[in-house]
Design a protein around this ligand. Sequence first.
Ligand SMILES: [Zn+2]
Ligand SMILES: [Zn+2]
Length: 289
Amino acid sequence: MSQLLGPTLMDFLITIVRLSLWLTILVVIFVPLERLFAAHPQKVLRKGIATDLGYFLLSSLLPALLLSVPVGMLAWAVHGLIPSGFLSAAAGLPLWARALAGLVAGEVGYYWGHRLSHEIPFLWRFHSIHHSAEELDFLVNTRAHPIDMVFGRFCGLIPIYVLGLGGPTEASGTLVPVVVTLIGTVWGFFIHANLRWRFGPLEWVISTPAFHHWHHTRTGPINHNYASTLPWLDRLFGTHHLPDALPESYGIKAKLPDTLADQLLYPLLPPVTAPSRPEPAVAAGEMPV
Ligand SMILES: [Zn+2]
Ligand SMILES: [Zn+2]
């Protein structure tokens, strides 16, 4: 069969089956939970769901492709800059220690990449698409322009490679980056979900839907809660914001196009009106960049 179809078409079909399986698993887990423990009443087939399904396909297919060149270049640069003794000491740590360190290091990289996506207007044009969702559910996790998604992943991978916790060039070195990316992706679906669950004191350690929903609030500043999994990084860097209540509405004031094709083009075209939501770079009491 594979000989008849040729490797490219066969690979594509396998990818489609794999993605359909992933989507089915996500739907089976999250749709009932979002019915039972909804943070806000809303339909399963909410506004923008078709666009987000398009993003789900794109974000599963594109980043690996787009990341291979910059990550390869990074690996080459890092091997020249970091003392080989340091790299081999890090590589010699037990797997659990490398994975834990990789999770923290990757989150620090992601935090700053995400924060820059809010504070640099050029990056915000791409990232504003993620914030344009007016109703949140697990699938909003995938609503990201490919450039935005690749930038975020790249920022998360840099510290892992710099610290010698994984390397894109050896097969064994890809384990930590893959595990960290997988944990971040799965948790990303959870923190976008329309769930009212709170974790009590654990909210100091691990992010929740409430933590990330405040990053999507329409009524207040969104220069808070940049971390994906580790909210204490926001406490450390002065951007933590987690009231007891959930936000009442989500989205941005700027009107972005509705269709997938138009949204993909939007950041690349000259601005007609500037997107309205890179809020002031430094709010009162926050750490300057
Ligand atoms: Zn954001
Ligand atoms: Zn989000």
